[in-house]
Design a protein around this ligand. Structure first.
Ligand code: SF4
Length: 431
């Protein structure tokens, strides 16, 4: 059974394991599933059912590549969020995997070499406490019965009890929580059953545990792969454009949470109108807005930018036409040009086209050699088409116009006239 097998076929075979008590290999190609699936799993492939499994190549940590089996434990939900394909009032085929089924499927995929780690997310049918019990049971089976030491990312549901948050964070490599909006007032408009304070409270409880675990490891306590304590850091998700919240208020909330520690990064999902939801006729958020938020987030996490250094337009949003680092550079002519032979690493990293690793290489190289021209900079990793206009080398300007002034950019109002597209599924479903 080669690795080249089509993803759909792999997933069908994995689903056939859901009820297979033999704990063995997935059914072979061409064989029928070992037992008929129960009604709650028969519609997993129907249109609009949001198939519960997929396999994705991800980078959960810098420098780490990993195939994750991503599992949606159930697409049933008692909540009625206006933007969500799984909302209570929407008619769609509902499916539910029990913890033992989820574990059997994952162990089957692991044995086949189709994945190395697991990501579990879920709707919330009924009480959040019951959903958390099921998630904990799945993780306990994996860690304590099957001794699985690899990466597990699990989505915590708002309203979990303190003891449940402690248990699941102890068992997971990473926990996450969807905040959806940066404040309670706007969350209430799109998710009337959700309480921002409750979500934030749940996130805070997990975040504190992650910080404690990381501190204990930093003080020399060896990590326990079966109980990693969420040490990979939390993530959180926002739906962008479903509420009137500006990028400034999203970035403000994100940066406030980063400052308290324990959060690895934020996810931003551009809103998409889903068929048969109250927001079906609302326009989709431009994908470029999501991209700009990720770029701004990256500047804060990796480049040392503070939230209040970012450049926002009159509406409090990041300019769509200019990437955030270029927008900052253009707003600060007093900081340029930067002299490559003498500038500090922190000054170099602020130049468009120079990242942290490249800035380090420049500083290391110039202590033993003289940098003479654009080709030397290119060799060190500088994107010279972007950087040249912001640099001098030995007092000489490398280019008189800046990259951002040479190019015509895609502009936001080019969206005008694009027909409204309505979707069956949101890209945020599996984040
Ligand atoms: S966003 Fe979450 S809680 Fe809200 S309806 Fe969708 S699955 Fe349920």
């Amino acid at each position: 059974m080669g690795k080249e097998m089509a993803l759909g076929r792999k997933l069908d075979l994995l689903m056939s394991l859901a009820l297979d008590d033999r704990e063995g290999m997935p059914a072979r190609a061409g064989q029928e599933p070992p037992a008929p699936l129960p009604p709650r799993l028969r519609h997993v492939n129907d249109v609009g059912a949001l198939r519960p499994l997929n396999i994705r190549e991800l980078r959960p940590l810098p420098g780490m590549r990993m195939s994750l089996l991503r599992v949606l434990m159930t697409n049933a939900c008692s909540f009625n969020c206006h933007y969500c394909p799984m909302r209570r009032d929407r008619s769609m085929p509902r499916t539910l995997l029990k913890p033992e089924e989820l574990v059997r499927i994952f162990m089957g995929a692991l044995r086949q070499g189709w994945c190395e780690g697991l990501f579990v997310t879920t709707g919330i049918p009924g009480r959040p406490v019951k959903v958390m019990d099921d998630l904990i049971q799945a993780l306990e089976l994996l860690r304590e019965r099957h001794r699985f030491r690899g990466y597990i990312h699990v989505k915590i549901v708002p309203g979990a009890e303190t003891a449940q948050i402690e248990r699941i964070t102890a068992l997971a490599s990473r926990v996450s929580l969807n905040l959806e909006a940066p404040c309670g007032e706007t969350l209430a408009r799109i998710a009337p059953d959700k309480s921002f304070d409750r979500s934030l409270g749940t996130l805070e409880e997990a975040r504190r545990l992650v910080v404690q675990e990381r501190e204990a490891q930093a003080y020399g306590r060896p990590s326990d792969q079966l109980h990693p304590g969420g040490a990979s850091g939390m993530t959180m998700q926002f739906v962008v454009g479903a509420t009137p919240d500006s990028d400034r208020s999203l970035i403000g909330r994100v940066s406030e949470l980063y400052a308290r520690g324990g959060i690895h990064h934020a996810h931003f999902s551009a809103f998409r109108p889903i068929r048969d939801t109250p927001m079906e006729s609302v326009r989709a958020t431009p994908a470029m807005r999501e991209h700009r938020l990720y770029q701004a987030d990256y500047l804060m996490r990796r480049y040392g930018f503070a939230a209040d250094e970012l450049v926002f337009d009159g509406g409090g949003n990041l300019p769509l036409a200019t990437e955030p680092k270029v927008a900052w550079a253009l707003a600060h002519p007093e900081r340029f040009p930067v002299e490559v032979r003498t500038a500090s690493r922190s000054a170099l990293v602020r130049v468009p086209g120079i990242g942290p690793a490249t800035a380090r290489r420049i500083v290391a190289e110039r202590s033993s050699a003289i940098l003479r021209g654009l080709s030397d900079l290119r060799r060190l990793g500088v994107v010279t088409t972007r950087a040249a206009g912001f640099l001098t080398l030995g007092g000489r300007r490398l280019q008189t116009t800046r990259w951002s002034e040479q190019l015509g950019f895609w502009a936001a109002d080019e969206e005008a006239g694009v027909p409204q597209v309505i979707y069956e599924v949101s890209p945020g479903t599996f984040r």
